[in-house]
Structure formats: C-alpha cells, structure tokens
Design a protein around this ligand. Sequence first.
Ligand code: DC
Length: 222
Amino acid sequence: MSTPIVVAIDGPAGSGKSSVSKAAARKLDFAYLDTGAAYRAVAWHVLNTGTNPEDEQAVIDSLEEFGYDIGTDPDNYYVKVNEIDITEAIREVRITDVVSKVAKIPVVRQYLGDLFRHIMASTTKPGIIAEGRDITTVVAPDAPARILLTASEEARMARRSAELPQQSQDQTASALRARDAADSRVSDFMTAADGVVTVDSTDFSYEQTIDAVVEVIRSRTS
Ligand code: DC
C-alpha cells in the first residue's frame, strides 16, 4: 500500500474549513480528518468524567480513559469516546466554552498530534485532508499540500450568523471574536507559514472555495 497524500488545512473559526475540507475530500476520494473534533471530544470527556477543566494535571490524567474513535469517511462522519456517540454533543455551547482550556495544555496537544499522525498514516484512501489549527505547522509540516483558508472577519461573521439563526448578530460576533482571541493564544492561525498557500474565500461562494482548494491540492500533488 502506498503512503497516503496528506493535505493540511488551517484557518480561523467561520472560514468554512470544516465543510470545505469535507467537500474537497469527497471530490478527490480522500479521507477527511476533523482535528477540532478531537479537542472537542477531550473537552466532552473532561466534563463527562467530572474533571475540572482548569486542573491541567487532572485533564492529562483523564486521557488514560479516553477511548477515541472518529470516522474519516466524509460521508460517514462520527465521533465516539468510549463507544458513546458524541457527534452532536461536541457542538454544544458548553463544549465550545471549555475547549480552548484543554487545547492550550501542551501534553494534550502532543497526545492529539500523535493520534492525528497515526490516523493520517493508516488511511486506506489515496489521501487524507486534515483540518484544524496548527495542522500545517506542527502536526503535518511536511505535507505536500498545506493551505490556510481565510476570510475577512465580516464574511466569517455573516456565515456564522447564517448557521446560527437563533443567536443575535451581536452574540455571534462576540462569540467569534472570543474564539479568535482564545485560539490565537494556541497558534497563529491568520498568517500563512512558509510554503503554505493562502486561499482567501471572502469573495468566493461555497462552491468556488471548494474548487479553489481542490485546485491547490491538485497542483501540489500531481
Ligand atoms: O475547529 P473547531 O471549532 O472544531 O475547534 C475546536 C477547538 O479546538 C478550538 O478551540 C481550536 C482547537 N483546535 C486546536 O487547538 N488545534 C487543532 N488542530 C484543532 C482545533
């Protein structure tokens, strides 16, 4: 079996990186890895086991019982911890509120980085698109295609508002800014590192963004 092509996609909240990565994987018949889901799963596990998310050592200790399973088929996406399906639960606001706390713990990042590299290496598809903060720089710096998917703050807020019609625009805007601020403490996700191609989707439709990403992947891997 040949080594799968690894594609790394990074970008801020609301840039569309999850849906675009999944759609690009479908077009290329690649696997898809949502790394943010793993950080969310750790946050879920921490809350589910009654662990204090502020207590770094307790969070690290909780990883001993963290049986993680994620679907990498873009058409069969699921997230499980210890056999419990938490695909929907990890999107709850209570998880979003604590995920940055667990994501900033270096041992957690190391642990999940190793897990991601293992998942990438063991896919049976010709390639895998892995998306999330620091994937292009820390987890897969040698990937043949590395993309930073950006969009203006305004465009990202408009997209988030459309996804969350139950929230007021002010709520959406302040939640997104808070996420950006918390996440930027973990990694610099707005500046492309050397060799990383920026795709700015501010003026692109969803389809155009997918096509632009697929084009970069094809040009870098053919
Ligand atoms: O992309 P997302 O919203 O599902 O990410 C959830 C959280 O995990 C967010 O706080 C950023 C963090 N994260 C990270 O630090 N590194 C990654 N590779 C992916 C996500």
